[in-house]
Design a protein around this ligand. Structure first.
Ligand code: FAD
Length: 507
């Protein structure tokens, strides 16, 4: 049996991709100080799945490539048990990065797998697109590719439609087509993990107007494609001082980037949607694609919230506030929120829906969890900062302060932990981790991520509106309305009577 491991992934990234940082091209993302640790963290995920002890948990045998085991995120779940097996694998991976790599390889693998479960939707669009997508899914799965996606247009002017924006080449659009394929030009945001992914999946999650056909395309291409430019945001990994000072941002800065397509040629066998604005919507929402991708996000977030809760409690223990009733109340509330979110995850699974031979989480419950957690995350961060006070700031400038004997003595005298047996260094080590995830620039990016990765609130609330089972609510209301009438309405009983019309008094 072969399983993709970390070395194979690192090798695959030395492909000549065009990544830019601080005005310069990056020659090799696997060795560059801005990216190498994040790349190594991604590679460790593959090593984890290749470890014989984790193979069953993390992988399944490809149905088309005998002898090849691939990550469970590629599994089209046929049942509740299949779904749970995917969740267990995703949880195990999320535990490797404490939930801080939002776009680990199982995210877009889930999106693509969910869309291919709804291949009939692509059949309606055209047999050649359905065939191309089905074959692409099998190819990506059998090679266990790390995919990123750019499914959102650059923000620009929200008062205007994409076609009305002033920058003609701002949004990715079709500029040409011939017998071999289609040429596209323009940008998409925000390719999280694109610096270390193998391929990028491109689509339009935001609604397009019926006449905006030139934006209506979906495809996948290798990151090293000619003309594809990856413009990295500031690297927090590069800005991190050391693993001691920035333990999470040194290793789990997955990066985000604007991806610009400078006349990129896409062959027809990589195109899944073409010049059909409604199909751009359908590929996410008439298939379980959008649900599958965001279900993975909720699985990951449960791990991250548990990690944050651990940090919250440890802060109270470290500064000696753990027995104060109001602190206990805060921690109890936070613990209950983690249980609520985990319960929502199990609820969307056990109330899952069967679509033909495939099973997926219940959409309305997924969107409820999404709306809930995009509000909860910033509140969690705020509450933990509230618990911590100045301890997160009263810290040595860096680990180097310990190397100066005079400063080391001052640190020894002033960094006092109320946890039994803990040294000044232990206290500093922990509080630096806390600041890294709560108050640093990296932490700020994470709050923005959890608030927006699935769309602004009006978008996620729209998904809830769209998928909720309104009939049940309406039936209850109709039952009440039909159970009584007005005195002026012959044959109807009094308000409050049971269905049937007659009130108890009338009887
Ligand atoms: C850290 C991070 C990583 C990301 N990674 C990826 C990725 O890997 N791939 C990808 O494709 N995308 C990614 N995104 C993009 C993400 O999906 C978008 O940020 C998200 O969909 C919101 O779109 P927007 O940023 O254009 O904000 P907007 O939709 O413009 O929202 C900004 C604000 O304006 C308000 N607003 C705008 N329009 C309206 C309206 N019509 N009605 C009411 N309010 C409105 C919103 O409520 C919100 O407060 C990432 C974003 C972040 C922050």
């Amino acid at each position: 049996m072969t399983v993709k491991d970390g070395a194979a992934h690192i090798k695959s990234l030395r492909d000549g991709r065009e990544v830019y940082l601080d005005g310069k091209p990056v020659e090799d993302v696997t060795t560059h100080p801005a990216f190498r640790n994040a790349v190594a963290s991604a590679a460790r995920l593959y090593d984890f799945q290749a470890d014989p002890a984790n193979r069953d948990l993390m992988t399944f045998e490809s149905p088309t490539s005998k002898g090849t085991r691939v990550n469970r995120a590629w599994l089209k779940a046929g049942s509740y048990d299949d779904l749970v097996s995917r969740r267990k694998a995703m949880t195990a991976w999320a535990e490797q990065h404490y939930g801080f790599m939002g776009r680990s390889p199982d995210h877009v693998a889930s999106a693509v797998t969910g869309q291919v479960i709804g291949l009939d939707v692509f059949e309606r669009h055209g047999a050649k697109y359905a065939k191309a997508y089905d074959e692409y899914h099998a190819y990506a799965r059998d090679n266990d590719l790390f995919l990123t996606y750019v499914i959102i247009n650059p923000q620009a002017n929200r008062a205007k439609a994409w076609g009305e924006q002033t920058g003609e080449d701002m949004t990715l659009h079709i500029v040409d087509e011939d017998t071999t394929g289609v040429t596209v030009r323009g940008a998409k945001m925000l390719g999280t993990s694109s610096i270390m992914a193998n391929e990028v999946f491109v689509a339009n999650l935001q609604p397009l107007k019926p006449d905006e056909e030139r934006f209506a395309i979906s495809f996948a291409m290798p990151m090293a494609t000619k003309g594809m430019k990856v413009l990295s945001r500031k690297s927090f990994e590069a800005a991190a001082v050391s693993a001691f000072d920035n333990p999470i941002s040194t290793h789990f800065d997955e990066n985000d980037a604007l991806v610009y397509f400078d006349d990129v040629k896409v062959p027809w066998d990589r195109i899944f949607v073409f010049k059909d604005p409604d199909m751009c919507r359908a590929q996410f929402h008439d298939t379980p694609g959008h649900v599958y991708q965001n279900y993975q996000s909720q699985v990951r977030l449960v791990v991250k919230l548990k990690f944050m809760l651990g940090v919250a409690r440890r802060i109270a223990e470290t500064i000696g506030t753990i027995a104060i009733p109001s602190v206990v109340e805060t921690l109890g509330w936070m613990a209950s929120e983690v249980s609520v979110v985990e319960g929502m995850l199990h609820g969307m699974e056990s109330n899952g829906v069967q679509r033909g031979q495939y099973f997926s989480p219940r959409p309305s419950q997924l969107y409820a969890a999404q709306i809930y957690t995009q509000d909860l995350y910033p509140r969690f961060v705020h509450e933990i900062r509230e618990l911590a006070g100045g301890s997160l700031i009263m810290l040595p400038s860096s680990e180097a302060d310990f190397d100066n004997p005079e400063l080391a003595k001052v640190i020894e005298k002033t960094q006092i932990s109320s946890r039994e047996g803990e040294t000044a260094q232990d206290r500093v080590k922990f509080l630096k981790l806390a600041w890294d995830i709560l108050g640093s620039e990296y932490a700020g990016r994470h709050t923005q991520y959890e608030m927006f990765y699935a769309g602004a609130r009006f978008v996620t609330c729209g998904h809830s509106f769209r998928t909720f089972g309104w009939d049940e609510c309406n039936d209850l209301l109709e039952s009440a309305l039909s159970s009584y009438g007005s005195k002026r309405d012959p044959g109807k009983g009094d308000p409050g009577a049971k269905a049937g019309g007659e009130s108890a008094a009338a009887e």
